[in-house]
Design a protein around this ligand. Structure first.
Ligand code: TRP
Length: 543
């Protein structure tokens, strides 16, 4: 076991999933903990419209800045089994959502589904995530991404309607409460379209090119579907800002990052720390902060630390002791020397990004304690950063702004296809549709590839490779439900060599059949509930 793999480390000290070799002989990071499953496949590019498979989850942390879910797990009240088993492996900024749920404060969850085919057991992960957050008290939203299906996948409206209905029935059958939560389709949600338009004013083509690889051939509707998704993600905050989580697969991370950026761009003020009247770049600010802590004002003439003092001290410090690039050092020295005798004092800065004059004045009025007002910023000397954030949001909202909080996200692993490769809607044998005849579900599981050894004898001797086994994944992601002990028993028995593939598949197939029977019965029961729900089931559009 290599220690540098973040996914391999288990805080609980539980045994992790067994070895799974990659091409270069190293351990793959796709192994889950012992009560989890495994994921596989080929690349790590995050492309919302490409093939969604990830072979190396570690890269998502290192290259894309997704954080490990394990690190917030303890802060989550009553965590879902997908969280406990590491199926939900990553997040961006999930803490505020966990905290709000813990404290009984407002929070929201939203995700969307492109109605391009039947809902399958991979979509069930997202349904479950939405429903779980709803049960923890969050406002829940689920949307049908019909504009995206039409523009990015070329689906006709008739097909879209049929698939949309199937997604919604499964979502309701699994426990989504449409009276508490909200369902909508992108094409008929006027507020979403209006918000999309507004957000589109803060994004441009070059950016879409860089993020999504769009080019001159990309049709405009596809771009419109992107701003629509941005609006979807911020929609729960339209009435009132609140921590919001978007549960998705990691292929959607580019959308999440853009939405976080756009949310920020709509804000009136940017709150930051500052040390003097002028602006410093982050690297420059770190340097000044360090010297502010290091230098003792008592050694200067009038007990005051001034900009020149910091500049002098910086100049006297050998370059190799400073953790900074040469150009940042040059520019901070220039700024400090120009400011000369101005005292260095920490403060909280409200930078005016796009506030109206009235909002700026209102902000100035509402700052308690010592403050200084400049052309495009206000400095407050008696205000903590957290209080300042709240104040900035309050003033913004009072003055007609959105006050958006950056949306958070959680990421689940992709399921491995039953046939070994990636699970794909276009390969029926690779996945189990929630609409599959239960007998077919049974047969697909029986025919699935496994992590078993060549012979039973070898299997008994060496143990099975549960974390390379699509069937074990079914147990971990779905068939064990909330029963961790069962999932772990299956895992242990397999890797100990006691559990042979034939019986294991028989049990899984039977459970899958029962699950499908029960789910499909529930789908029928909720049909009426769906008719009564506030969502248009038929598109008024022409073919
Ligand atoms: N793009 C998503 C997909 O391909 C669907 C989607 C649309 C979505 N809007 C969303 C997902 C908002 C999460 C949040 O499946």
């Amino acid at each position: 076991m290599t220690g540098d793999d973040p996914l391999e480390e288990s805080e609980s000290g539980e045994p992790r999933a067994g070895e799974s070799a990659t091409d270069d002989g190293e351990r793959s990071s796709s192994a889950l903990r012992s009560d989890g499953g495994a994921a596989g496949a080929d690349d790590v590019a995050l492309d919302p419209w490409g093939s969604s498979s990830v072979s190396d989850y570690r890269k998502l942390f290192e290259e894309f800045g997704i954080e490990e879910f394990d690190e917030v797990l303890e802060e989550v009240p009553n965590p879902h089994y997908l969280m406990r088993r590491g199926v939900i492996f990553g997040h961006r900024d999930y803490r505020p959502v966990a905290e709000a749920m813990r404290e009984g404060e407002d929070a929201a969850v939203l995700s969307g589904f492109m109605p391009t085919g039947d809902p399958h057991i991979g979509h069930k992960l997202v349904f479950d995530e939405i429903i779980w957050h709803q049960q923890q008290g969050a406002d829940a939203y689920a949307l049908i991404a019909d504009l995206e299906a039409n523009s990015a996948r070329g689906m006709g409206w008739d097909e879209i309607d049929e698939h949309a209905r199937n997604y919604l029935l499964s979502l309701l059958a699994l426990g989504f409460d449409p009276e508490e939560g909200e369902l909508y389709r992108q094409s008929t949600n006027r507020e979403v379209q209006d918000l999309a338009f507004e957000l589109g004013a803060d994004a441009n083509f070059s950016e879409f090119q860089a993020i999504y690889g769009f080019d001159g051939e990309t049709d405009i509707s596809h771009m419109q579907s992107v701003v629509t998704q941005m609006a979807d993600i911020l929609y729960p905050q339209l009435e009132e800002s609140k921590p919001t989580v978007i549960p998705v697969g990691p292929d959607q991370d580019p959308h999440v990052r853009l939405a976080r950026d756009l949310a920020e761009r709509t804000r009136f003020f940017k709150v930051s720390e500052a040390y003097a009247s002028f602006e410093l770049e982050p690297a420059e600010r770190d340097l000044v902060a360090e010297f502010y802590d290091r230098l003792d004002p008592a050694v200067f003439d009038d007990d005051t630390l001034r900009c020149v003092h910091v500049a002098d001290a910086l100049e006297e410090t050998p370059l190799e002791e400073l953790d900074v690039a040469a150009d940042a050092l040059g520019s901070v020295l220039t700024k400090l020397n120009e400011a000369g005798m101005e005292p260095v004092r920490p403060r909280t800065r409200f930078f005016d990004r796009r506030a109206t004059e009235a909002a700026f004045d209102a902000l100035v009025d509402s700052i308690d304690g010592e403050k200084r007002v400049y052309e495009s910023h206000v400095d407050a000397f008696d205000l903590e950063a957290g209080e300042a954030e709240e104040l900035a949001r309050e003033v913004e909202v009072d003055n007609g702004g959105y006050g958006f909080r950056p949306p958070s996200s959680i990421y689940h692993r992709f399921m491995t296809g039953l046939t070994g490769g990636k699970m794909s809607s276009s390969v029926p044998a690779s996945h189990i549709s929630l609409l599959d005849d239960p007998e077919d579900g049974y047969s697909k599981v029986k025919a699935a590839s496994t992590g078993g050894r060549e012979t039973a004898e070898e299997h008994r001797e060496l143990g099975g490779r549960a974390d390379e086994c699509p069937v074990y994944e079914l147990y971990a992601y779905l068939l064990s439900g909330d029963d961790d002990e069962f999932a772990k028993r299956v895992y242990d028995e397999c890797t100990d060599g006691e559990r042979l593939c034939g019986d294991c598949k028989e049990q899984a197939a039977q459970l899958m059949k029962e699950f499908l029977e029960e789910h499909q019965e529930k789908r029928e029961e909720v049909a009426e509930l769906l008719e009564g729900a506030d969502i248009e089931l038929e598109s008024p559009r022409k073919v």
